[in-house]
Design a protein around this ligand. Structure first.
Ligand code: SF4
Length: 371
């Protein structure tokens, strides 16, 4: 990955006339992605939206996949300035027992969720690989797919979790700008930027079905983050062509610690970033979570994103006890899962609650996973 500042020329030095040319291309280079992320391309947002919507319809049809996060633990050994779970924040912390986690998961299953994302702060001594494997073995009969967003693990540990029933891993780089990365990750294992950057490759190398990457918008220049994301994506796609890839676009939300975004990323900017990535990589899954408000999420249906979370709570135990303190961040779309699905149907799209079955995993080498 080149230094962040070196990406500048590609985004800010491009020829404005090149935007239309890029919008008509079948396959885009990284230089073309830089053009779509430029300020000049921002003036052509409707044309970008149209191209992005056309590609999305051709590749994904009129569907939006639905998932929900299940927060397992709010303990964390890292000090990330922007996060409510940061070790220095005085919040109520807890780690769910396996029984409690199962109970929370079954609440979501009862609400129709079939794709579950297990989330935790990074505190391996409190919640390590064995906990995740045990939980996956308990839950895999009740869900079509289980994903994790937890501390980076070794390739062998990912392999262990794949056999237990986890098929997908999200690991966000937060920022690809080395200087900013050092500034906002004060201490803990996460301050090792290189190790984190290499994690998606370990996930794919372990045979996981899907890897999710992303940048936290609000830390550094979003246009350059977009280009760095495109580079990471292209590298992973080239090297691990059997692995499905997704990109998330989390914008910073209010959280304990009161960290203010270092750069402002508005709705137009977020839309340009999403459209640019879609046009660059027609097959990548694009995720728009409940960090964003209902109005924006509804407006983006069909334009590029293919996956929405719904009915989320970011505090461990929050589904059993609504209103629990200790959330990672405040969510923006407070609607229930049913309400989100209705809004998608009203726009003539299908909310897809299940598009995967564990039997496919057996075919990929996860023989121990029960059907
Ligand atoms: S962003 Fe992740 S690693 Fe950093 S403090 Fe929050 S939970 Fe911990």
């Amino acid at each position: 990955m080149p230094e962040f500042a070196e990406l500048s020329e590609c985004v800010y030095g491009c020829d404005p006339a090149g935007v239309d040319e890029v919008l008509h291309k079948e396959r885009l280079s990284l230089e073309d992605l830089g053009v779509l992320l430029s300020p000049e391309a921002g003036e052509r947002l409707p044309a970008m939206a149209e191209r992005s919507a056309g590609i999305t319809a051709a590749r994904f049809g009129r569907t939006i996949q639905i998932y929900a996060p299940l927060y397992l633990s709010s303990f964390c050994g890292n000090r990330c300035l922007y996060c409510g779970f940061s070790a220095e924040n005085k919040i109520e912390r807890r780690v769910l027992s396996l029984e409690e986690a199962e109970q929370e998961a079954l609440i979501l299953a009862g609400r129709g969720i079939d794709h579950l994302l297990l989330v935790a702060g990074e505190a391996p001594a409190r919640m390590g690989v064995e906990y995740l494997a045990n939980l996956a073995e308990r839950l895999r009969g009740s869900f079509a797919s289980l994903s994790i967003e937890v501390q980076p693990l070794s390739e062998d540990e990912y392999r262990r979790l794949f056999l237990a029933g986890i098929t997908s891993v999200a690991v966000y780089q937060e920022t690809y700008d080395r200087k900013v990365y050092e500034k906002v990750h004060l201490s803990g294992p996460k301050s090792d930027m290189a190790y984190r950057l290499a994690t998606p490759a370990r996930v794919a190398g372990a045979g996981m079905r899907e890897v999710g990457i992303g940048a936290l918008l609000g830390l550094a220049d979003w246009r350059l983050e977009g280009l760095a994301l495109g580079m990471h994506l292209a590298w992973l796609r080239h090297r691990f062509w059997r692995t499905a890839l997704t990109v998330s676009f989390p914008r910073m939300r209010p959280a304990a610690g009161g960290f203010a975004p270092m750069v402002n990323v508005g709705e137009r900017e977020l839309a340009q970033l999403i459209f640019a990535l879609r046009i660059f990589d027609p097959d990548v899954g694009l995720v728009l979570s409940t960090r964003e408000e209902a109005r924006l999420r509804d407006g983006m249906i069909g334009l590029g994103p293919t996956r929405y979370s719904a009915g989320s709570c970011t505090a461990p135990g929050g589904y059993s006890e609504p209103g629990r303190d200790g959330e990672q961040f405040a969510i923006g779309d407070l609607r229930t899962i049913d309400e989100v699905c209705s809004a998608i149907r009203e726009r003539d799209f299908d909310p897809v609650l299940k598009d995967w079955d564990p039997v496919f995993q057996q075919m990929q080498g996860g023989e121990k996973v029960a059907a």
